[in-house]
Design a protein around this ligand. Structure first.
Ligand SMILES: [Zn+2]
Ligand SMILES: [Zn+2]
Length: 345
């Protein structure tokens, strides 16, 4: 039997695989027979973890039990175990709502939880210890609290409260704050989810084809060649409206966007390319007949021209192969996607 000092896991189950698994855990397991529910309640006060086998019980019975145990000791980790209940989505919600922290069909997952809890109860001797802002459980060092909060309280409503570690009043949910500013994140072992140092640059590019099959290409700066119209979105601008604006500015042509050719997300950054980029490549046609392309140079471009695939293939100077790639792509009858896949303006 457990001595007072050893953390105790109460188990209401006769499932062999669960009991075998928990025998190997670092918590001291005490098994309660089915008829011993009352003794389980009386033991709850000195218990770190309770495991209730949901097999053979209906969900209402299990949630009643969970609720009573949770009332008896709010600092206890309550786990419901069982194949049927663990795989039933609605039952998992019911257990969470009644104060259960975990529902699982896996005996090894239950043992793993027991070991994690054991770990949080062994604060480093030199570390400062804190109290959980949810259940007031004390004696947790920074890493212990970092692990304890989501393990025990992930189902609980958002709470804004003073952070026990830094004594600051976070502007976000206390769990989000602890996740992102303490423990492994504070030591640089894990990324902060807010990534304030990463900027996303978004681009809308346009492959605009006329009835005669020619493409609107823009004569780019520094005489580097022709390219598809398009560019970086302005703040607050949508992909489609930005692509239309850039095409008008660079090519002088009002367009109707008819489909999506490609969405590119380029997460890799380098010294040469410090930004994460999102690029949408649209298919378009001129919005009006007999439209005149731009020829007066300005900051946007030197002008534009309608260019056939044959001209591109016969050595026309291109800023990159991209216009030729898309002309060949369309000539081969490759897919054009519906704009319905985008939620944009
Ligand atoms: Zn707690
Ligand atoms: Zn803090």
């Amino acid at each position: 039997m457990a001595s007072e000092a050893k953390p105790v896991c109460l188990v209401l189950s006769s499932d062999k695989s669960l009991l075998d698994e928990l025998q190997t855990s670092k918590l001291c397991t005490t098994t309660v027979e089915t008829e011993g529910i009352l003794s389980m309640m009386s033991l709850a006060e000195n218990t770190e973890m309770a495991v209730i086998d949901g097999s053979g019980r209906d969900v209402a019975n299990v949630t009643d039990l969970v609720q009573n145990l949770h009332k008896a000791n709010k600092k206890m980790f309550i786990c419901v175990y069982g194949d049927k209940i663990g795989r039933n989505a609605a039952a998992r919600i019911a257990v969470a709502d009644s104060g259960g922290a975990m529902t699982s069909w896996s005996s090894s997952a239950v043992r793993k939880a027991a070991d994690i809890i054991h770990g949080t109860l062994q604060p480093s001797k030199r570390a400062q210890v804190y109290k959980c802002p949810y259940c007031q459980k004390g004696g947790l060092d920074e890493d212990g609290l970092w692990t304890h909060c989501p393990m025990y309280h992930i189902n609980e409503p958002n709470q804004t409260t003073l952070c026990p570690i830094c004594r600051m009043q976070p502007s976000q949910n206390i769990q989000v704050h602890i996740r992102n500013f303490h423990g492994p994140v504070a030591r640089g072992e894990l990324d902060n989810e807010f990534h304030s140092d990463i900027s996303l640059y978004s681009f809308g590019l346009v492959v605009c084809q006329r009835d005669d099959g020619k493409f609107l290409l823009v004569q780019e700066f520094t005489s580097c060649g022709f390219w598809v119209p398009g560019g970086r979105l302005n703040p607050g601008e949508g992909l489609i409206s930005g692509a239309k604006r850039e095409t008008l500015e660079e090519g002088g042509v009002e367009i109707e966007i008819t489909g999506l050719l490609k969405m590119e997300f380029l997460p890799h950054r380098s010294d040469k390319n410090p930004f994460v980029r999102l690029r949408a490549v649209f298919l378009a046609k001129p919005a009006h007949a007999n439209v005149e392309e731009k020829t007066v140079p300005d900051f946007e471009s030197a002008g534009a021209a309608w260019v056939s695939l044959a001209e591109m293939k016969s050595g026309l100077r291109l800023r990159s192969r991209e216009p030729l790639y898309w002309a060949e792509y369309l000539a081969a009858g490759k897919p054009v996607y519906s704009l319905d896949v985008l939620e944009t303006v």
